[in-house]
Design a protein around this ligand. Structure first.
Ligand SMILES: Cc1cc2nc3c(=O)[nH]c(=O)nc-3n(C[C@H](O)[C@H](O)[C@H](O)COP(=O)(O)OP(=O)(O)OC[C@H]3O[C@@H](n4cnc5c(N)ncnc54)[C@H](O)[C@@H]3O)c2cc1C
Length: 281
């Protein structure tokens, strides 16, 4: 999995499957269920920390699910594997916008929805009308009112696969959307360009506070454990300085959390999704 995640750590999965279309996906999930195997869906692995023992069960990549289509009345449907910037550009061409804030967030719209990814105080689920989920062997559309979500959080059942999202956009001059895209990409080219592999912000911002300020107050900027380090450029980014293992990241994350708890009394919570098994001894 180190080849499929931006942190570049993680042992092997039992199976890495790339279904072609919904029929293929349904057949795959049915076979896995019959075999008693578990699975997780992934996008591009920009927010995923896979442990060194890898993943028992299947990893399902939706990279071939990347169609985007207009649905009228300001709505567009994007399949889970479409890249965020492509979704923004599709809306822009149709004179629709309001999601410029995801332009530079690396990954797929499926990963963004799963994480309620966002920036500048916004989250993508605020722009979503319905999600199509593969749940318990059936494809079903869920309205947002049926789902529990919040800051960088969407509650789903184990094994749920997000197949597509119906976004409700607003009419927007394409020139304005272009400005939003440029502003966001520029911010990421400068502020988020930390020079080493990362998963973006490692910890969520506690209510009303910035995780990076708490980490700085705990004097953890620049600290390291093995090949994992707290970025010098952005202290909420944990980076792979070369040769890091998942265990290095987990140990460093614990050091950061302990230091922040000690100095500020705040318990940081990981934004990065931690999956997989510890290596067997
Ligand atoms: C440099 C950098 C900057 C970043 N900046 C931001 C930022 O500003 N804001 C922000 O919110 N995030 C940011 N991130 C984090 C990351 O880009 C987002 O969380 C992104 O949405 C992850 O998308 P992905 O496709 O890579 O998902 P993955 O990392 O592959 O998956 C994330 C989670 O979603 C699940 N998942 C993915 N696809 C599906 C699916 N189809 N069905 C069910 N579950 C699924 C996975 O199992 C996993 O739990 C940044 C990351 C980097 C490296």
């Amino acid at each position: 999995m180190s080849r499929h995640t931006s942190l570049k750590v993680g042992g092997p999965a039992d199976l890495f499957a790339i279904p072609d279309d919904p029929d293929d996906l349904l057949a795959l999930v049915n076979q896995l269920s019959t075999a008693g195997a578990t699975w997780i869906a992934v996008g591009r692995g920009y927010n995923l920390l896979v442990k060194d023992g890898g993943i028992r069960g299947a990893v399902i990549s939706l990279e071939r699910f990347n169609r985007i289509e207009g649905q009228g009345e300001g709505r567009i449907r994007a399949e889970a594997g479409a890249e965020n910037l492509e979704v923004v550009r599709f809306g822009q061409k149709a004179g629709l916008g309001g999601i410029g804030f995801i332009s530079g967030i690396p990954g797929t719209i499926g990963g963004a929805v799963r994480m309620n990814a966002g920036a500048y105080g916004e989250g993508i689920l605020e722009r979503a009308a319905c999600l199509t989920l593969l749940r318990e062997g059936n494809l079903r559309e869920f309205c947002l009112s049926e789902l529990d979500y919040g800051y960088r959080r969407l509650s789903l059942q184990q094994g749920d696969i997000l197949v597509s999202v119906l976004l409700q956009l607003e009419e927007r001059d394409p020139v304005l959307t272009e400005e939003e895209i440029k502003k966001d990409l520029e911010l990421r080219r400068t502020k988020h360009n930390v020079g080493f592999p990362s998963a973006g912000s490692f910890f969520k911002n506690p209510s009303g506070q910035a995780a990076w300020k708490l980490i700085d107050a705990a004097e953890m900027r620049g600290k390291s454990f093995g090949g994992a380090g707290v970025s010098e450029q952005h202290s909420n980014f944990l980076v792979n300085r070369g040769g890091a293992t998942a265990a290095d990241f987990l140990a460093l994350a614990e050091m950061v959390k302990a230091a922040v708890l000690n100095t500020s009394g705040v318990t940081l919570e990981e934004e990065v999704r931690i999956v997989g098994e510890d290596p067997s001894r």
